[in-house]
Ligand binder design. Structure first.
Ligand code: CAA
Length: 265
């Protein structure tokens, strides 16, 4: 089974092709210490290695209150710049693995999503939020800048002005505001969060998953290229999908007026 019990700070479970990675330190609001960041990276390696079973990855936080309330302040308190650099690189290594997974990833934001938590959520392909979720980059309230990607991934989500406002004030925004500015793609009642996430995951899983994976790849890889190169990249990806059985099946099913059954190859 993919379900792994070897982790102390995260849970990795799989059910019907959907894996859920739960950051599991509810007593400290699921704060990310170095062990947790390491385990996130290991769990992501597990998810990648089990791509035959796992089609979608959901990332969430344990307990009622928090998705992840940031990097662990008690661990960071006495760090020197070299230790800080190492922690940042550890986080970048783990969060980069999310973007590099072939599987589509969904952050199920169930509560406080702050600092390293927002940086984790921003590394996922989409974010679905509970009405109770609160988002922020409070680093400047601690005298530091965001260090797990916040100055870059948040800026790419919301633009420079909103990112600078959030980072300079350190203030939290509620889920309605997060939806308005493009941090969250959907907002639902807390008790509906996992149903909504599963519904989206199930919809994606009915599609050609090679195409989903390629779309994720080309969107992320080409987003910062000049448009002519980016378009060229898209043409490369698009034409490659015509080598898949999924394309043959998808188009045949449409013309035969039936639901496709994608072989995933
Ligand atoms: N690190 C370590 N411990 C944390 C934590 C964090 N980021 N966030 C919460 N906790 C701990 C609290 O210290 C507290 O522990 P004790 O029970 O031992 O006192 C426990 O979790 C519960 O927290 P609160 O009592 O504070 O709960 P609350 O409901 O009153 O407030 C909160 C919740 C608003 C999320 C508040 O805990 C908070 O502001 N947390 C810190 C948020 C923050 O500044 N995050 C950014 C960290 S910096 C960062 O992430 C750097 C980076 O760029 C990577």
């Amino acid at each position: 089974s993919v379900t792994a019990t070897k982790y102390e700070n995260v849970l990795l479970e799989e059910n019907g092709g959907i894996a859920t990675l739960t950051i599991n330190r509810p007593k400290s609001m699921n704060a990310l210490n170095s062990d947790t960041l390491t385990e996130i990276g290991q769990a992501l390696d597990d998810v990648k290695a089990n791509a035959d079973k796992i089609k979608i990855l959901v990332i969430t936080g344990a307990g009622e209150k928090a998705f992840v309330a940031g990097a662990d302040i008690s661990q960071m308190k006495d760090m020197n710049p070299i230790e800080a650099s190492n922690l940042s690189k550890l986080a970048h290594n783990s969060f980069g693995k999310i973007e590099n997974l072939p599987q589509f990833t969904i952050a199920a934001v169930n509560g406080y999503c702050l600092g390293g938590g927002l940086e984790l959520a921003a590394s996922c392909d989409i974010r679905i939020a509970s009405e109770k979720a609160k988002f922020g980059q409070p680093e400047t309230t601690l005298g530091i800048v965001p260090g797990f990607g916040g100055t870059q991934r948040l800026t790419r989500l919301v633009g420079r002005g909103k990112a600078k406002e959030m980072i300079a004030t350190g203030s939290m925004v509620d889920s309605a505001e997060a939806y308005r500015v493009g941090i969250a793609e959907e907002v639902v009642a807390p008790e509906e969060l996992m149903n909504k996430v599963n519904e989206i995951a199930s919809t994606i899983m009915k599609n050609g998953l090679i195409a989903v994976s390629m779309a994720k790849y080309v969107i992320d890889r080409a987003a910062d290229l000049p448009l002519d190169l980016a378009i060229d990249f898209e043409t490369q990806m698009w034409s490659q999908t015509f080598a898949t059985e999924d394309q043959t099946e998808g188009m045949a099913a449409f013309l035969e007026k039936r639901h496709p059954s994608f072989p995933g190859k």
